[in-house]
Design a protein around this ligand. Sequence first.
Ligand SMILES: *[C@@H]1O[C@H](CO)[C@@H](O)[C@H](O)[C@H]1NC(C)=O
Ligand SMILES: *[C@@H]1O[C@H](CO)[C@@H](O)[C@H](O)[C@H]1NC(C)=O
Ligand SMILES: *[C@@H]1O[C@H](CO)[C@@H](O)[C@H](O)[C@H]1NC(C)=O
Length: 397
Amino acid sequence: MRPFGLISYFAVHTLLCFKTIHIHPYIDKGNYTYSYACGTAYLFVENSRNEDNLQNSKRKRLRPGKVSPLRPVPDQIPRPPYVNSQQAPGISSGPEVHDAKGIECMRASGRLAAQVLEYAGTLIKMEIKKELTIVRLTSLEEAYQLALKIEAQLRHSTLKRTGVVVGGFSTSQNTSSVPRSNPGIKTDEIDQAVHQMIIDNGAYPSPLGYGGFPKSVCTSVNECICHGIPDSHALEDGDIINIDVTVYLNGYHGDTSATFFCGDVDEEAKNLVQVTKECLYKGISMCAPGVEFKKIGKTIHDHADKYRYGVVRQFVGHGVGRVFHADPVILHYRNNDAGHMMLGQTFTIEPMLTMGSINPIIWADNWTVVTEDGSLSAQFEHTILITKDGAEILTQC
Ligand SMILES: *[C@@H]1O[C@H](CO)[C@@H](O)[C@H](O)[C@H]1NC(C)=O
Ligand SMILES: *[C@@H]1O[C@H](CO)[C@@H](O)[C@H](O)[C@H]1NC(C)=O
Ligand SMILES: *[C@@H]1O[C@H](CO)[C@@H](O)[C@H](O)[C@H]1NC(C)=O
């Protein structure tokens, strides 16, 4: 059928039944699906933003955006003690070990943090940025010529995600039913939504005012390892973003994060994110009373090594509870540190894995941490409680 395959497929399917079709034989990766009705011929050409970048196998480097003014917190919501001091309090000594009442409070703050994170994730998933060029054609012949051109371009291209094409007929001459995607959400809009949900639940967003941090959540995009400040940066198709939520509810902090996909994320990035998540759960599965903390680092490092991913060393898990950052320090790499887990103890595990360099660079804002080589970084985090039988994940919905 080649080189007429595409158009034949197009024509046959449009003429036959106007149903949704896939055109895999002509595209290596991905497929494009549209629904359409009968009438004038259209051709939809979908362009990925990353065409140029992908050809050089490089993403756009992350750049600082504009940070919006401080968001207020109602007076009646209790603040953690560090708020309004510009100095980050650092890690306080002494583990967080709780009695039955404290555990109930930890469960409540953990659950709220998890609900907020889940909600933040839905904001990402809804927003898929794709530039959809709609070429309106007056005849099937025109559609045919364009389809051939696109097919030829694809054949000689190394592009991973550029698009074609489905044709349809519409009597209405109206393209407004074409599935257009939304522009990407700005990280500041994520902050706004997270801030609102936390205060609506009577809690304080722990990052806000911690050592002068200006926002209520950390949003770390692509090569950002952690502590990204929400700003005017709009997410783009193919980005990954870690959202790190901590809430202070009834005097207890619950801390959790996850990495989300924006639109069509390539396989390499998906794999990094998947393995990072596995590292977190493997680390958690080691935990129980009496177990050495260093087992967590070994387990995570061994799993990351299998995929040749880097494990970031400078940023660590920590005790959490009445204090945001307490002992012990949880290292995610192989180490020989002393210390054992205690019944009733709460702490975070939050591995950060990178595709390339593990060395961090900190931006002039003194917070945003990115990989020195611009390679992708992913992170997942839970707050856990050491129980009789092992560990309970507190930051679950
Ligand atoms: C086509 O898209 C569907 C729905 O997103 C997906 O499940 C399927 O794996 C895709 N097929 C190919 C070959 O990419
Ligand atoms: C185009 O479609 C939209 C949404 O379905 C409809 O509101 C509008 O009236 C249509 N315009 C024409 C010219 O048909
Ligand atoms: C970052 O830290 C340096 C050194 O402490 C300080 O001089 C500078 O003002 C800080 N920058 C911001 C944006 O806070």
